[in-house]
Design a protein around this ligand. Structure first.
Ligand code: IPM
Ligand code: MN
Length: 361
C-alpha cells in the first residue's frame, strides 16, 4: 500500500523525535512491502518564523489532503511574547479544527517493564493501570470567544465554554464504542455541580446510554476523578470528557504510568485521515541534546497504522519492538530509574534499537 503522510516536525524536541518515528516507518514499509510518502508541513514556532503565522492555509490543506498526519511537538519560550492569536499552539488548534478531528484517544497503560517508574505505591500499580481517556478535541473553552479588555483601568480576560448536545453526542458515541471494544465500562467526567455545559454533558450521556445497554455508564465530577486517578486507577476502563478536563486528566494519567514521554495519541473525526501525536510538549529545555524519549511518537505512528491505515500486524510489530527495547534493559533518561542495571540511551540510539527490533511474524 502507498500512503501519503503529512509530517510536522515542529519545534523543540519535535524534529529529533519525529526523525526516529520515520526511521521506524521506513523499516516497516521495507518489511511489509508498503510505501510511505512524507509531505513536510510547517506548523508552530518554525512556521511563525518562516511564514509569519503558526499554520498557513496551504499547510493545512496539505494535511487535510494527506492520508494521515504525524506530529512531533510545537511551541517554546521563543514565541512567548507573540500576540495570542499567533501563538504556536494556535496552529495546532487550527489544525485539529481544520481536520475536524473531534475525538482524541489517550491511552494510560503501564508497561510491565516500567512499573517501578510510576510515582504511585507498588500496591496501587500492581492492581493494574490500563485505561483510555477519550477527550473531546475541537469544542469547549479552547474554541470559545477569548478576549482581554481594559475596564476602567482594570484588566479583564474572558474565555467562553460552550458545548452543543450534538457535539457531546458525537464524542459520547466514541466513548461508548471504545468501551464496547474493551471492558464495557464508561466513566463520563464533568463538573455538573457547577457548570451548565456539564449538566448538558451528563444529560446527553444518560440519554445515549439507552442505546448502549451493554456498557455500564458511571458519572464522576472532574475534581473527584483527578483524585481517583492517583488513588485507585484500576477502576477505570474508558473515561470520556470535554476538551480542557481531558487535557489536564491525560497529563495526570500519563504520569502515573511512569513518563509522559511514552504516551501516544490519536485524533479522529468523520474520515480515516487522523492526527497522531505524542501527548508531551516540545520540551525546549532538552531540545537538540539527543536525550528526548521518541517512544511517544513511535507509538503514535503505530496508532496511525492501526486506526487510519488498517495495518494491524504492522502496528503490533512496532509495539513489540518497543517492548523488546525495554526488555533488553534500554532506557531513555526520563524512564531511567536511579538504581538498577539499565542501559541509558539517547534519542537516536533509542530509535535505532527499536528499528532493529522490528521483525515480521
Ligand atoms: C496537548 C497540549 C495542547 C492542548 C496544547 C499544546 C495546545 O497540551 O495536546 O495536550 O492543550 O491540547
Ligand atoms: Mn496537554
Amino acid at each position: 500500500m502507498t500512503k501519503n503522510v503529512a509530517v510536522i516536525r515542529g519545534d523543540g524536541i519535535g524534529p529529533e523525535i519525529t526523525e526516529q518515528a520515520i526511521k521506524v516507518l521506513d523499516r516497516i514499509a521495507e518489511i511489509y512491502g508498503h510505501s510511505f510518502k512524507y509531505i513536510n508541513v510547517d506548523m508552530g514556532g518554525c512556521s511563525i518564523d518562516k511564514w509569519g503565522v503558526p499554520l498557513t492555509e496551504e499547510m493545512l490543506d496539505k494535511c487535510i489532503n494527506s492520508d494521515s498526519v504525524l506530529l512531533g511537538a510545537v511551541g517554546g519560550p521563543k514565541w512567548n511574547d507573540v500576540p495570542s492569536h499567533l501563538r504556536p499552539e494556535k496552529g495546532l488548534l487550527k489544525l485539529r479544527a481544520g481536520m475536524g478531528v473531534y475525538s482524541n484517544n489517550r491511552p494510560a497503560k503501564i508497561w510491565n517493564q516500567l512499573s517501578d517508574s510510576s510515582p504511585l505505591k507498588k500496591e496501587i500499580v500492581d492492581k493494574g493501570i490500563d485505561f483510555i481517556i477519550v477527550r473531546e478535541l475541537i469544542g469547549g473553552i479552547y474554541f470559545g470567544e477569548h478576549k482581554t479588555e481594559n475596564c476602567d483601568g482594570i484588566e479583564k480576560a474572558t474565555d467562553v465554554l460552550t458545548y452543543t448536545s450534538k457535539e457531546i453526542e458525537r464524542i459520547g458515541r466514541i466513548g461508548f464504542e471504545t468501551a464496547q471494544k474493551r471492558n464495557k465500562k464508561l466513566c463520563s467526567v464533568e463538573k455538573s455541580n457547577v457548570l451548565d455545559s456539564s449538566r448538558l454533558w451528563k444529560k446527553t450521556m444518560e440519554s445515549l446510554a439507552k442505546e448502549y445497554i451493554d456498557v455500564e455508564l458511571t458519572h464522576m465530577l472532574v475534581d473527584n476523578c483527578a483524585m481517583q486517578i492517583v488513588k485507585n486507577p484500576s477502576q477505570f476502563d474508558v473515561i470520556v470528557t470535554e476538551n480542557m478536563f481531558g487535557d489536564i486528566l491525560s497529563d495526570e494519567a500519563s504520569m502515573i504510568t511512569g513518563s509522559i514521554g511514552m504516551i501516544p495519541s490519536s485524533s479522529l473525526g468523520a474520515t480515516s485521515c487522523g492526527l497522531y501525536e505524542p501527548i508531551h510538549g516540545s520540551a525546549p529545555d532538552i531540545a537538540g541534546k539527543d536525550i528526548a524519549n521518541p517512544i511517544g511518537i513511535i507509538l503514535s505512528a503505530a496508532m496511525m497504522l492501526r486506526y487510519s491505515f488498517d495495518m494491524n500486524d504492522e502496528a503490533d510489530c512496532i509495539e513489540k519492538a518497543v517492548s523488546a527495547f525495554l526488555d533488553k534493559g534500554y532506557r531513555t533518561a526520563d524512564i531511567m530509574p536511579p538504581n538498577g542495571e539499565f542501559i541509558l540511551v539517547g534519542c537516536k540510539e533509542c530509535g535505532k534499537i527499536i528499528t532493529e527490533n522490528l521483525v515480521k511474524e
